[in-house]
Design a protein around this ligand. Structure first.
Ligand code: F6R
Length: 615
């Protein structure tokens, strides 16, 4: 999704803007731009990468003491230079705006402003903000007030940064439904949509809250909150020290962030489970102080999420129903939010999200609350995200920043957290003996090592990827708790290699998809040695007998023998309850190496964004 960085200082801030934009590239974008005040507003825009913008900076000698910059992921209007941000308005003193999010009532405002003589040069909703502020400035004269009055007319979720040609000594920024933070520096102040963009300048971060509008100068700032009052009251916000290491957002020895993040999984899972490793028993307090009280009241679970996080929820359903013996529903957030479902006050609603900013997940949790659900839990990777602030309980996956658009370490840490949730619920409802609890803690302690061992299949997967990359379609099969893992494998492959891939519960094959099977349709199967292995083997026979080519990820003791058109990679360990976590690894590697073979942009697949902050 779009990214914002802005800076105001006593030195040239263009290098800060470019570095910040490059750190925001992972969010996904299709154009980039910046504006600086340099004897008037100097605006540069490109549909190329941030590095292209860097070349324009050199060619056009862009420099200045204040500026705002943006990476755009198109929502309103095609990806093009004229739709790229910043957008300008005004005649005598122009203003410039960058914006993340969506203005829902942009059409009505556009009609009004056109009638007043404003000329639109783009198809974006953002340009409406620029003209609206310019219009308010005609009466109000003060940019800060003009911004506050304009925001009162905007509907939607957004974060913005605004500059005025005549007053380059300040930047005005605002947050409403999309993340925005201020960086407080020694020699300047900064604004960004993501703390990683500010690492080179400051670690002192203020996370703006809903309705906050702030004015930044090079040596001071002020924040007002306009949630209940158009012109707002001054508010104090805590300055947090960011502990994000720059290594966490740099590639290091890896070719891609996705590769780095796949290999970080042992440590990401170890960090997420650290509190359990050091304990003799699992404490409900890991989920919040109220957890024991709430968990003991709940009788069923409702999980809400999107994409990969939704797949984590699907795995958890098998665990929760079999170990904690509670009914568990899993819903796609974008569907749930518009459905009139029946609320049960004894339900724990669990929102799962890497970013904690996914618009559909946030809206679905709100919807659940409005329907009458009282208890909510967030499982999330970003401590300062909106999701974390929205729920009664929370558990942070400690995967570190995930930069690759395709989610990898966030998924396995979500699974580890959901297993912990399952065990905690089972314990509170007296379904777990001390011995069983000790056994599970032991298995969790072993998980990082087991993941490390699972990663050793890399060289074998690389060989498969060569023939796989020539195909146009693929089927993924799994049964039971490994069916959602097959879904995740198919999602990874399609999103980064652009090979069409679908997952089926293996038992469903003969009810339709078997018709697709021929020697051009590779079939990937997940074959753990569990109680469904015999059934799965029969399903594999059905494929084999029809000339399909099988690629099977089996447990070491699954006894599946290679033959013509039946390739097998074995995972070294058979880990019971934890098996879906381990079986994820080879599928991630397969998607990664197939994408490499096909030469796609692994970390920034076309059309996709990292955090989907729009509906
Ligand atoms: C796929 C992927 C997406 C996200 C989805 C939800 O690799 O990353 O499907 O899982 O957009 O995002 P979060 O987890 O941030 O809510």
């Amino acid at each position: 999704m779009c990214g914002i960085i802005g800076a105001i200082a006593n030195v040239d801030i263009v290098p800060v803007l470019l570095k910040g934009l490059s750190r925001l590239e992972y969010r996904g974008y299709d154009s980039a731009g910046l504006v600086v005040v340099n004897d008037g507003l100097q605006r540069l825009r490109t549909t190329g990468r941030v590095s292209e913008l860097g070349k324009l900076v050199i060619q056009q000698k862009a420099c200045g003491l204040a500026g705002i910059a943006h990476t755009r992921w198109a929502t309103h209007g095609e990806p093009s230079e004229r739709n790229a941000h910043p957008h300008l308005s005004g005649e005598k003193s122009r203003i410039a705006v960058v914006h993340n999010g969506i203005i829902e009532n942009h059409e009505a405002i556009r009609i009004r402003l056109k009638a007043k003589g404003f000329k639109f040069t783009s198809d974006t909703d953002t340009e409406v903000i620029a003209h609206l502020i310019a219009f308010k400035l005609q009466e109000e004269k003060d940019l800060f007030k003009a911004v506050c009055l304009s925001l009162a007319e905007l509907q939607g979720a957004y974060a913005i940064a605004v500059m005025e040609e005549a007053h380059p000594e300040r930047i005005v920024v605002a947050r409403n439904g999309a993340p925005l933070l201020i960086g407080v520096g020694k020699n300047g102040n900064f604004v960004a949509s993501d703390s990683s963009a500010l690492l080179q300048s400051t670690r002192n971060i203020i996370y703006l809250e809903e309705g906050d509008v702030a004015e930044l100068h090079s040596h001071n700032y002020r924040i007002v909150n306009c949630l209940h009052n158009q012109l707002g009251d001054i508010v104090e916000r805590t300055i947090h020290e960011s502990h994000l290491s720059s290594d966490a957002v740099e590639l290091g020895p890896y070719a891609h962030f996705m590769q780095k993040e796949i290999f970080e999984q042992p440590s990401a899972v170890a960090n997420t489970l650290e509190m359990v490793f050091n304990a003799q028993s699992i404490s409900p307090n890991l989920f919040g102080n109220e957890a024991e009280n709430i968990f003991s009241r709940v009788k069923n679970i409702l999980i809400i999420a999107c994409g990969t996080s939704y797949h984590a929820g699907l795995v958890a359903r098998y665990w929760i129903e079999s170990v904690a013996k509670m009914p568990c529903n899993v819903e796609i957030a974008s569907e749930y939010r518009y459905r009139d479902s029946i609320a049960d006050p004894n339900t724990l609603v669990v929102g799962i999200s890497q970013s904690g900013e996914t618009a559909d997940t946030l809206a679905a949790l709100n919807h659940a609350k409005k329907l009458g659900h009282h208890y909510s839990l967030a499982i999330c990777n970003v401590p300062e995200s909106a999701l974390i602030r929205q729920t009664s309980l929370r558990f942070l996956t400690r995967a570190g920043p995930e930069i690759g658009v395709a989610s990898t370490k966030a998924f396995t840490t979500q699974l580890a957290s959901l297993l912990l949730l399952t065990v905690t619920l089972a314990k509170i409802h007296h379904l777990l003996s001390k011995d069983e609890e000790r056994h599970i803690i032991g298995a969790l302690r072993h998980l990082p090592v087991a993941l490390q061992i699972a990663l050793q299949v890399e060289s074998q997967v690389k060989i498969w990827a060569k023939s796989f990359a020539k195909k146009r379609h693929a089927l993924f099969l799994g049964r039971g708790v490994h069916y959602p893992i097959a879904m995740e494998g198919a999602l990874k492959l399609k999103e980064i290699s652009y090979i069409h891939a679908e997952a089926y519960a293996a038992g469903e094959l003969k009810h339709g998809p078997l018709a697709l099977v021929d020697n051009e349709m590779p079939v990937v199967a997940i074959a753990p040695n569990d109680q469904l292995l015999g059934k799965l083997k029969s399903n594999l026979q059905e494929v084999h007998a029809r000339g399909g080519e099988l690629y099977v990820f089996a447990d070491v003791d699954a006894q599946i023998i290679e033959s013509k058109n039946l390739h097998v990679i074995r995972l070294a360990e058979h880990t019971g309850l934890l098996s879906p976590i381990l079986h994820t690894i080879p599928l991630q590697l397969l998607a990664y190496y197939v994408a490499l073979e096909r030469g796609t942009d692994v970390d920034k697949p076309r059309n996709l964004a990292k955090a989907v902050t729009v509906e």
